[in-house]
Ligand binder design. Structure first.
Ligand code: AMP
Ligand code: ZN
Length: 664
């Protein structure tokens, strides 16, 4: 009994801290303290599977896989909103509803219109029961597993909540998190996401909830529906939801008349750019539920609410030409060259066109007048054609590389075209060297992009291994070089020979092998020789390495030119292995014993734990069966595994227990 109370206590405490951190933005304990409490709870839950609760704060990290999202009918339909674009539109709307209501005094709740993906979450007895996407308004997809990973969404409510209700809100990706995700993609040579809204709604449909848990999603709530709600107005509903633990933005305001509504609109039209997330308008709602009921709904939307859309930062201008850029991975990006135009405080000359599909979908042609918009992203984009240019002909996407004239390729299911001329295409060559010397890779000081281009043009470097043969005398004659800077450059290159293997591996620029993946591979294989000999199957068995990465690694090492470059780098003394200390801990204590490991560990990485089992003579099994002797359980062990182990009566031990087993 005591244990159960302790577990309950920890859950409540952790829920409160989650709330303080993610909803109130006001943490009251350190991350470290939070993590130790969470760890404590995880341990207790593991030792007492009988108290498992799918709404425990330990379940936030995800792990559940949804192969097919179940279709769920909304108990209460999810409506759209009518739009308005001017004060006159709003005045017309008020006149219309006052005709129905008979000129009664009206108050409005004004809220920001958050730009994301709408969601309906059902709570029963204070617990999150299910979360469903909007779908067509009548039915949507059950995305409960994914929604639970969003920390600001309460799993357990506080205060005086009704026994059952649906709450609606918008799943958003705050701008800072969005930029960070894109930065990471750019780093591994991948195409960045185009905007926060699509990325948020795409995230809801990921199959692996652990992936969703890694994305910095948030949820802003704005509407409650259900029977016997303990309030009678929209505004007090928002306040109640806030008290129950939901994240309800504080900007919402009660307006006594349309003039106050206009004030709200005017203010936020300017200040919305200071918010940490994107908004595309204001939603105005008749505050009183009785009046709302009197007004009712049209086929599509409530008559008692209307959206006012901010004028988007959008202009029209002429498309002068389309040029094509080649990235370091050979990816082709079409760029629109525009008649310069003022947009959101800057002069815009270029805009992103993304890829061939996008150009075709919008049917964009040179000579057209196009709409250009600035969203959350850095580069403005073309969102459509405003007027067809005289004699504009359909755009024919290039099929040869603009830099080296090789025929372009496009993999099935990928949007991007690629130039396959890995070794002969200048921007790819220079891009690769640039990546090699970058800060997170070899971090070579004294060598910048312009110097690099000069080195290449003068035939001094053709790939990154040539860097190591550069001499001061060769470099001095280059533009803007002097004795001192030339020496710095050569010294910087020399120093890079000390960079550890994992960063060298990242520096090689193997497609899809970003910083984290390089670390994983280096740790697992320890040397470039072992890695280059790994089979596809071997690679896929490494933690977190999927098909796509594995295939790319295989292709890289199949290329003899790559092998030659690596051999040259090796001959210069670049690090291509992790120097292993002799392992004095190996024993035969575990001979004849089979282990299955599950969850995340504190003392070991999963790979280290496997290695330690094998070093001591044991075997590692991949799934629990009658042959398993021990399950080593870490944090977040799956409930199904736990049940299976219990059923078969297999001993479950912690990593500490394991350490005891192999000690002394
Ligand atoms: P639209 O998709 O343009 O028809 O706009 C309707 C959608 O706006 C709703 O389905 C909600 O997902 C979203 N929305 C964003 N903020 C709010 C808000 N404060 N109140 C109501 N709906 C909102
Ligand atoms: Zn090319």
């Amino acid at each position: 009994m005591e244990i159960q109370i302790k577990i309950q206590q920890l859950r409540e405490e952790l829920n409160q801290h989650n709330h303080n951190y993610y909803v109130l933005d006001h943490p009251t304990i350190s991350d470290f303290e939070f993590d130790s409490k969470l760890k404590h709870l995880q341990d207790l839950e593991l030792q007492h599977p009988e108290f498992f609760d799918e709404n425990s704060p330990t379940q936030r990290v995800g792990g559940a896989i949804t192969k097919n999202f179940q279709t769920v009918v909304h108990e209460n339909r999810m409506y759209s909103l009518d739009n308005s674009y001017s004060k006159e539109d709003l005045q017309d709307w008020e006149n219309k509803i006052q005709k129905v209501l008979g000129n009664v005094p009206l108050q409005y709740t004004c809220e920001l219109k958050y730009d994301g993906a709408s969601i309906s979450i059902t709570y029963q007895d204070g617990k999150l029961l299910k979360a469903v996407t909007r779908g067509d308004g009548f039915q949507g997809d059950d995305v409960t597993n994914n929604i639970k990973t969003i920390r600001s969404i309460p799993l357990q409510l506080q205060d005086n909540y009704p026994p059952k209700f649906d709450i609606r809100g918008e799943i958003i990706l705050p701008l800072e998190g969005f930029e960070k995700m894109n930065q990471e993609l750019i780093e591994i040579g991948e195409q960045p996401y185009s905007n926060p809204r699509n990325t948020a709604s795409g995230s809801l449909k990921l199959q692996d909830s652990a992936e969703v848990a890694k994305r910095p999603l948030d949820c802003l709530l704005y509407f409650i529906t259900g029977n016997n709600l303990p309030f009678q107005t929209q505004y007090s509903g928002l306040e109640a939801a806030r008290n129950w633990g939901f994240k309800v933005p504080s900007q919402s305001k009660l307006a006594a008349n349309l003039d106050e509504v206009f004030e709200f609109i005017n203010y936020w039209d300017v200040h919305r750019h200071d918010l940490p997330y994107e908004t595309d308008g204001v939603v105005i709602k008749v505050d009183d539920f009785n009046l709302q009921n009197e007004l009712g709904y049209t086929a599509k939307s409530p008559r008692w609410a209307i959206a006012y859309k901010f004028k988007s930062e959008q202009v029209t201008t002429q498309l002068n030409s389309i040029s094509y850029q080649v990235g370091r991975t050979g990816a082709i990006t079409p760029v629109a060259n525009l008649e310069p135009v003022q947009l959101a405080g800057t002069i815009v000359k270029r805009a992103s066109l993304h890829n061939a599909d996008q150009i075709e979908k919008l049917d964009i042609r040179v000579g057209d007048t196009v709409f250009v918009e600035k969203g959350g992203e850095i580069i403005p984009k073309i969102i459509g054609v405003s007027q067809r240019g005289n004699q504009a002909v359909p755009t024919k996407y290039i099929n040869h590389c603009p830099e080296c004239n090789s025929e372009l390729t496009r993999k099935e299911g990928e949007a991007q075209h690629y130039c396959p001329n890995y070794y002969g295409c200048p921007p790819q060559i220079i891009g690769r060297i640039q990546h090699y010397i970058s800060r997170k890779a070899m971090d070579i000081e004294g060598l910048g992009g312009e110097t690099l281009a000069l080195l290449y043009e003068n035939g001094l470097v053709k790939d990154y291994s040539d860097l190591y043969e550069l001499t001061v005398d060769q470099v001095i004659p280059l533009e803007r070089m002097a004795q001192k800077s030339a020496e710095n450059l050569v010294n910087g290159i020399e120093k890079s020979k000390e960079v550890p293997f994992e960063r060298v591996l990242f520096a090689l620029g193997i497609r899809y092998v970003g910083e984290t993946v390089a670390k994983k591979l280096a740790k697992h294989y320890k040397s470039i020789t072992a890695l280059s000999q790994a089979s596809l199957m071997d690679l896929i068995l490494v933690d977190e390495i999927g098909d796509r990465i594995a295939q790319s690694v295989i292709e890289f090492f199949e290329n003899q030119d790559n092998i030659k470059i690596i051999q040259r780098l090796q001959s210069f003394g670049v690090q291509f292995e992790i120097i292993e200390k002799f392992n004095p801990d190996a024993t035969d204590k575990l001979v004849g014993k089979t282990f299955v490991i599950s969850g995340v560990f504190e003392l070991f990485s999963r790979d280290d734990l496997k290695k330690s089992i094998e070093d001591n003579g044991g075997k590692v099994g991949s799934s629990i069966s009658a042959k398993t002797d021990f399950v080593i359980a870490g944090d977040n062990m799956g409930p199904a595994k736990l049940e299976k182990a219990n059923q078969l009566g297999i001993k479950i031990i912690s990593e500490q227990d394991f350490v005891e087993m192999i000690k002394g």
